[in-house]
Ligand binder design. Sequence first.
Ligand code: DQA
Length: 163
Amino acid sequence: MKPSQRKIKLLVVHGPNLQLLGRREVSVYGKSTLKDINTDLVREAAALNVEVDFFQSNHEGELVDKIGTAADAYAGILINPAAYTHTSIAIRDALLGCGLPAVEVHLSNIYQREEFRHKSLTAPACRAQIAGFGRDSYRLGLTGLARIVRQPASPVRKKRRKI
Ligand code: DQA
């Protein structure tokens, strides 16, 4: 079986307050719910021939625990750390420590928003970041993650600098 045909399992991690999507700051995040986003991802995963599991938590430690054990079952992580993006060294360290490739996604373009959102502590622990496509950021991120996982020796990885 070619590596590109192998069924891979990816973990989707949703950070704090994302369970409120659909009714939370609709002008920023849109009307889609987390369930809508997960449904998109299940559909996209089928098209990519990968499997996805979902985890949402409002608690930093739970997110750290989940990321810390992810390598036992998954080949990569798609994560929206939400507000912890801007504050959590613990989640950054967990992403680095788990050894899995991760892609960070945001619904909004965090660089167009308040200054405190311009800095992501977690993005340097990820292979790529996608922000500003609304609900589609997740689908695009999953496509990119599947590609990274299937091509571990890609030039992007070789060029990666130490952080
Ligand atoms: C967010 C952006 C974060 O700044 C914010 O705290 C969120 C959502 C996004 O998806 O656009 O909760 O991660």
